[in-house]
Structures are given as structure tokens and as C-alpha cells.
Design a protein around this ligand. Sequence first.
Ligand SMILES: C[S@@+](CC[C@H](N)C(=O)[O-])C[C@H]1O[C@@H](n2cnc3c(N)ncnc32)[C@H](O)[C@@H]1O
Length: 271
Amino acid sequence: MMATQSSALLPPGRAGARVDEFGERARLCGIYDRDGAPVYHDLSVGDAHEIQEIVRAVRAIPGQVLDLAAGSGRLTLPLLALGREVTALDLSQDMLDLLAGRLEEAPARLRRRCTLVTADMSRFQLERQFAHVVLGTVSISLLDADARPGLYRSVRSHLLPGGQFLLSTLDRGAASGDSDETVLRVTGASGTPYDLHEYWPSGASSRTVTILPADPPPGPVPVCTGQVGTVGAALAEHELSEAGFEVLDRTELTGGGDRHLVTLLRAVMKR
Ligand SMILES: C[S@@+](CC[C@H](N)C(=O)[O-])C[C@H]1O[C@@H](n2cnc3c(N)ncnc32)[C@H](O)[C@@H]1O
């Protein structure tokens, strides 16, 4: 799944045209707010992308994990299943409520090891340090250039000596072609089909993601939409270096022919 900020402006392109067709029936919402969070969760909960690579990197070093922008816990639950203490931090209480609901249904030994924190990943202050800080799902893209130094500062002050910062980044892949907008039909865990629009003109520094029901209901039609920047691997590496980190590993999680090129970076603090 993609990362988007929670804003609900009329989307551009074909998604916008569909919203126009719905007229007053359209109910615009952000992707992580009260109305959008269950839709995002439905779409993302079955997505196994990057979990294996993150779990493998965490397994290699003992210690507690801080899962930033944890959402409804797509990464948090597999990390808990490793037997680690996990702190799941997110700005959206609606997303964390979904995670709390999942934990209620999880075995008590997992639930007991999880702490939920509502906070901004660009400025957080927790009373403990971690062996691992994880920022998956290319969610670094949710922070603009002014906010990212605060993220790096916060991560530094929460990493134990020898700890690692795992983050995934997004570059535009060759398969993007010249098309400004792509539409993907995706079925959520509930069986609901959605049309996932991504409006990302070539050269643009931000993209708009919109989730529409593929089979619009007769009444109000939920339209979840948000605009997000993109932070590619080279930019993230540069910023990490400026912020006192050293990138030790780069793992490409997608193929060269894909529309999105996702890279998992493993960084440690410079000595
Ligand atoms: C793409 S989702 C990823 C959620 C989860 N990690 C996953 O893989 O499904 C991005 C998450 O970042 C959260 N978020 C957005 N801005 C944030 C911020 N400034 N600080 C913390 N979380 C933020 C959103 O609420 C959302 O849950």
C-alpha cells in the first residue's frame, strides 16, 4: 500500500471526474481519518509487502522495536510474533484504534508486549530507547522536507548504541511510462473491490492517491483521498548521512520493471 496524508481535497484527473459524477453523493475523506481508516485497513491488511525483509533484519539483532507510522499494525503484528516488545506509534488515533482492536483478538502474549503511542513521528519523546526503529510502507514520504530533520533527530535520540533504523523509500519505476494516472482494481480483505487511483505526473514532486469503491453503493459514496510527496532512496541516503546516520544495506523490494521502486534502507548511527 501507499502512504498518503490525511487531506480530503477534490482529487485531480480521472478520480476527480468520477467524484464529479457522484455529485452530492460523494463523501470525501482522508485516508487515515475516521471514515478512511477502515478502508485503508481493509486494503492493506493482507499486503505482505516488505514484511519478510523487515522481520529478517529485526531477527538478526535482539531488542525492542519502535514501529513508526504503525497504522493498523500490518508490520506491528509480525514483529510482535517474533517475540519482541513493540511500541507502535502513529498520528492517527483512528488507525491505532484499529490496531487496538486487532490486539484484542490476538493472543495475550502478543498483546502484553505491545505499547500504543499517539504521536507525530517528526517530533516524539518516549522514555525509552530501542534496538530497532522501523518506518515501513514508504511512510517517510508523509513528511515534507521541513519535517524530516525532526524525524531523524527523534530516531537518533531513541536508538540504542548499535541499534538500526530500517526505512523504505519510493522511486518512480520504468513502468510508470508517460501516463499521469494509473488505476488498479484491488480487492480488500473483506472482499470489497476498490479502484485505487494514483495521479503522479512525470517530474511532479507529489502524487494523489484516491480509493473509490469499484461498485458504488446507491447512497453516499465514500471517496478516500490524499496527497503525498515522494522520498527516493538517494534523497533519503543523503539526508540520513547529513543527520549522522550511515546506510549499511540497501535492499530493492520491487523489480526494475515495476511502477514503484521500493528500497529498504538499513542505517546505523555514525561513530
Ligand atoms: C501508509 S500507512 C502505513 C501503516 C502501516 N505501517 C502499514 O504498513 O500498513 C501510513 C501511516 O502513517 C500515519 N502517519 C501519517 N503522518 C504521520 C506522522 N506525522 N506521524 C506519525 N504517523 C503518521 C498514518 O496515520 C498511517 O497510519
